[in-house]
Design a protein around this ligand. Structure first.
Ligand SMILES: [Fe+2]
Ligand SMILES: [Fe+2]
Length: 162
């Protein structure tokens, strides 16, 4: 699967038009995530990869794209002390689901589980749908490429910040 495909990218954008330009999602541009990568860049990368995988496996690709975009919507800088109550690994999916619920005016139980379970198996909440497994997998795949700095050489940065 070629990662970037123009037609697929526009199909992906058609799944998230109300979210990707929202103040909340755009505010993730100011939140650092992995080294050299903002929370916004990471979230768009995860959402696009989750969309591609879900589409390929004939799952609900729209839901995978939307929940992928919202999975890290915790909206604080975890590097600043006092921004969250405990361990970031366990705290941030809970903050993300709260913010996503407010942004979307409610979420289904399946959508909530997709966001809450994205840190499994580090955190104990398990993915309960194939779409949740896809977002979980996309998160780990993208995080690995980001931490290794590999994504810089793949043209992904130009894509997700376009
Ligand atoms: Fe996360
Ligand atoms: Fe993530």
């Amino acid at each position: 699967m070629v990662l970037y495909d123009d037609a697929r990218w526009h199909e992906f954008l058609d799944c998230v038009p109300d979210l990707i330009g929202s103040r909340e999602v755009l505010s993730m541009r100011a939140i650092p995530h992995h080294p050299g990568c903002s929370c916004y860049e990471h979230s768009v990368f995860v959402a696009y990869i989750a969309y591609r995988l879900a589409r390929r496996w004939r799952l609900d690709a729209r839901m995978a794209a939307r929940c992928g975009l919202l999975h890290d919507l915790y909206l604080y800088n975890a590097r600043e002390p006092g921004t969250h109550p405990g361990n970031q690994c366990f705290d941030h999916p809970v903050a993300a689901v709260r913010n996503a619920r407010a942004l979307c005016g409610g979420l289904s139980a399946k959508e909530e589980n997709i966001i809450l379970s994205h840190m499994w198996p580090l955190a104990k909440r398990r993915p309960r749908s194939r779409e949740a497994a896809v977002v979980n997998l996309a998160d780990k795949f993208c995080a690995t490429l980001e931490v290794s700095q590999f994504w810089r050489f793949m043209g992904m940065r130009q894509m997700v910040t376009a």
